[in-house]
Design a protein around this ligand. Structure first.
Ligand SMILES: [Mn+2]
Length: 336
């Protein structure tokens, strides 16, 4: 190779763009037992050999001891700020107090140290490697997600449009054009979505919330509204909500599930309540057991054949450590 050619190679490498940084993301709003869900999710990501770390976004209400615990397992902790809400956003029988805290998810777009994030509620686990999902979105103005089960009432604009409609299998319950409204755009469950952090989008999301009425499902309704027409819809297996086992039994199976979402009342495995409806369903029983297996797995020691990529993950986590100093980026405080 000629010296000139070598010179070109060096200059090419100098102008190479920074490597994209991908991460999984979950969220805790307080000191409640949801941290157990976050830890199980982290372990499940390790068990399937995910190449990217789990970021746990926490509010100021999340105690230091929980942050330290999750950090000791290799999670990255990022504190996010509150989101100011209009006065009309007061808790009531529609907009429940727990749901109101979820508007803070809008701060995820401020986590611009990451190029792309795969957000997962803390009441989820992954059963298959999902690293390929990061290829799905290319723009901060879009998200990707999975349609919510609307069989028990179409939820978007809850107070205006509480009609029974099945968006997953419309043949079961067609749209009835209430008040002449056209068939709605696909409506995703906000327990899982892919996003690209971006300060401009982050500011716009928070600003436009003030033009939007409070609705029963809080940030889920708002994200569906804000990104309408810009949501990539993924198969149900990517966010398998337990209610799909009885509402859409031909569409889902435990075997094909990539991620399980313990969203149904009573089904959170760390406080399973067998007295709630459908908790004796074989799939619910099997997946509750699965969660406990994963939660009980010691992922702090090398996982060998179970997780061929665990060494890779440890390397990623180790590489993150120098970044974990105290500083503030946008509304995000880097705290651990
Ligand atoms: Mn959830």
């Amino acid at each position: 190779m000629s010296p000139a050619r070598r010179y070109c190679s060096v200059s090419d490498s100098l102008i190479t763009k920074p490597k994209p940084r991908y991460a999984y993301l979950t969220f805790l709003v307080d000191g409640s037992d949801y941290w157990k869900g976050a830890l199980a999710l982290h372990k499940s990501l390790q068990l399937v050999g995910s190449r990217y770390p789990l970021v746990v976004a926490v509010t100021k209400e999340v105690p230091v001891k929980l942050r330290t615990l999750l950090s000791s397992h290799g999670c990255l902790i990022r504190e996010i700020e509150d989101v100011a809400l209009p006065e009309s956003y007061t808790p009531d029988k529609y907009l429940q107090p727990y749901y109101i805290t979820q508007y803070k998810k809008l701060r995820f777009w401020e986590l611009t140290e990451f190029t792309k994030l795969c957000y997962l509620d803390a009441d989820t686990i992954v059963l298959k490697n999902r690293d390929h999902l990061f290829d799905l979105i290319d723009s901060p103005s879009e998200i990707a997600g999975v349609q919510d089960c609307t069989c028990e009432g179409y939820k978007f604009h809850y107070r205006l449009c509480n009609t029974k409609y099945c968006q997953i299998e419309p043949s079961r319950a067609p749209w009835t054009f209430p008040d002449g409204k056209p068939v709605p755009a696909p409506y995703i469950n906000a327990g899982f979505f892919m996003l690209m952090p971006n300060q401009k989008v982050a500011k716009d999301l928070v600003a436009k919330l003030w033009e939007f009425p409070p609705t029963g499902l809080a940030e889920q309704d708002y994200l569906n509204h804000y990104f309408e027409g810009r949501i990539k819809i993924l198969p149900l297996a990517n966010n398998l909500m337990l209610c799909n086992f009885w509402n859409h039994p031909t569409k889902v199976s435990v075997e094909t599930a990539e991620m399980v979402h313990y969203c149904v009342a009573g089904s959170k495995p760390w406080r399973f309540d067998p007295s709630k409806p459908n908790m004796d369903h074989p799939a619910v029983q099997e997946l509750a057991k699965k969660w406990h297996e994963i939660y009980g797995t010691d992922t702090t020691t090398p996982l060998g054949a179970v997780s061929p990529n665990s060494a890779t993950l440890k390397a990623v986590v180790a590489a993150e450590r120098p970044l974990m100093s105290r500083s503030t980026v946008g509304g995000v405080r880097v705290v651990a």
